[in-house]
Design a protein around this ligand. Structure first.
Ligand SMILES: Nc1ncnc2c1ncn2[C@@H]1O[C@H](COP(=O)(O)OP(=O)(O)O)[C@@H](O)[C@H]1O
Ligand SMILES: [Mg+2]
Length: 280
């Protein structure tokens, strides 16, 4: 039996009230439990709008013209680009407790959940710190904790590392990897950090001018170098190198899709060498 999707976006068209043209058109997609999906596309392509639609904030919190449907069997937590703009609490504790208090949780239940969430994001002992005094990576981890406090099945992140330095970005992706592995969390993340996405995501979506151009498993997705180039998507160096080596005849293209990491590329090369030497 095929698993039911957690979320289904059907025939969605969305035009912001103030928008010059539709921000989304003909959007169809289903999100299955445990999937980790990367969303890429040039500036103004509709990435943020797509994530707002998946999270249910469009159309309810925005003015505009909406056609289609978003069916959700899950709760979604959303994290935005700039963590500071999301903070309302004076301490990490206040920040995490705020939405739970609003939802009418008891103090005891909030305290228990807060301890769980701080543990999950690796910020035990940070409860009384001001979120504004933390490093960029820590701030974004608090924002992730805040989104996770209600225990949503789906975590949606809009360019969560674009304001961070490389260390902070690594911190965030390593937390996301842990949530994927340990919690089997369903995650949707938009980013320009295609190297991290290639190593992290099971599936990738390319969006341009409000339409989905590609929606494929990551290995097949990154094999479409010409389409990615056409839409200004940064192709990770390791994948670019693999393509050049295939074109030069140094390597033969694999039917399983492209290698996504340096280690995979090296393995593919070694196997090819053994075949050429006749030992395989
Ligand atoms: N609140 C808004 N009102 C009007 N137009 C908007 C609004 N937000 C985004 N847009 C427009 O919608 C399109 C898609 O924007 P967005 O989803 O933010 O793209 P991306 O995240 O890929 O940069 C752009 O043309 C943008 O100018
Ligand atoms: Mg955006």
């Amino acid at each position: 039996m095929k698993t039911e999707p957690l979320l289904r976006v059907k025939g969605v068209y969305w035009h912001y009230e103030e928008g010059a043209q539709p921000a989304l058109a003909d959007i169809d997609l289903a999100l299955y439990p445990g999937e980790v999906v990367g969303v890429v596309g040039p500036a103004a392509a509709g990435k943020t709008t797509l994530l707002l639609t998946m999270s249910g904030l469009i159309p309810s919190n925005y003015g505009g013209h909406f056609v289609g449907s978003v069916e959700s069997k899950s709760e979604q937590g959303i994290v935005f680009q700039d963590p500071e703009t999301q903070f309302i609490g004076l301490t990490v504790e206040e920040e995490l407790a705020f939405s739970l208090e609003n939802a009418g949780w008891s103090d005891e239940r909030i305290e228990k959940r807060m301890a769980e969430v701080l543990d999950l994001i690796g910020l035990n002992g940070f409860a009384n710190r001001s979120p504004l005094e933390l490093s960029g990576g820590e701030k974004q981890r608090v924002a992730i904790a805040s989104a996770l406090s209600h225990n949503p099945q789906v975590l949606i992140l809009d360019e969560p590392t674009s304001e961070l330095d490389p260390v902070g970005a690594r911190e965030v992706f390593s937390l996301l990897s842990r949530l994927k592995q340990e919690k089997e969390m369903t995650i949707v993340v938009s980013s320009h950090a295609t190297e991290e996405l290639a190593a992290f995501c099971d599936r990738m979506i390319l969006i341009a001018e409000g339409k989905i151009v590609l929606d494929q498993p990551t290995r097949q997705f990154f094999a479409q170098v010409e389409v990615l180039d056409e839409h200004g998507t940064l192709v990770p160096d390791v994948i670019r190198l693999y393509h050049m080596l295939c074109q030069e005849g140094v390597m033969s293209a694999s039917s399983d899709g492209v290698p996504l990491t340096v280690e995979e590329l090296a393995l593919h090369y070694k196997e090819g060498q053994l075949v050429r030497e006749g030992s395989l």
